[in-house]
Design a binder for this molecule. Structure first.
Ligand code: SF4
Ligand code: SF4
Length: 87
C-alpha cells in the first residue's frame, strides 16, 4: 500500500457535483493521462439516495492532495497544518 504522507483528505459528498476534475487530475498524476478509470479517487453517482454522489479512494491513493487542490466545490479538502503566527 502507498505511504500516507500528507494529512487526510476530508470528504463532503453533499458538495460534490460530479464534475470529475478530481479523477482527471489524479489520473494525470498517476498515469500521465486523463483517464478517470485509472484514478485513485472514485466518484459514483447514486440512485435513490439522499446523496447524489459517493466519493471513495482506492489503495493507490497516497494522500498527495492534488484532487483536493483542484476540486472546485470543496467536496474534497486537505487541511495542511500551518504554524500559528508568533510560535
Ligand atoms: S490524494 Fe492524490 S493519489 Fe489520492 S486520490 Fe487524490 S490525487 Fe489521487
Ligand atoms: S469531488 Fe470535487 S472535483 Fe471531484 S467530482 Fe466532486 S466536485 Fe468534482
Amino acid at each position: 500500500m502507498a505511504t500516507k504522507k500528507e494529512p487526510p483528505i476530508t470528504v463532503d459528498e453533499s458538495n460534490c457535483t460530479g464534475c470529475l476534475i478530481c479523477e482527471l487530475r489524479c489520473s494525470l498524476m498517476l498515469e500521465r493521462a486523463f483517464n478517470p478509470s485509472k484514478a485513485a479517487v472514485r466518484i459514483r453517482r447514486l440512485v435513490g439516495s439522499d446523496r447524489e454522489y459517493e466519493i471513495s479512494f482506492t489503495e493507490r491513493c497516497d494522500n498527495c492532495g492534488i484532487c483536493a487542490r483542484y476540486c472546485p466545490y470543496q467536496a474534497l479538502i486537505q487541511k495542511k497544518e500551518t504554524p500559528l503566527a508568533g510560535e
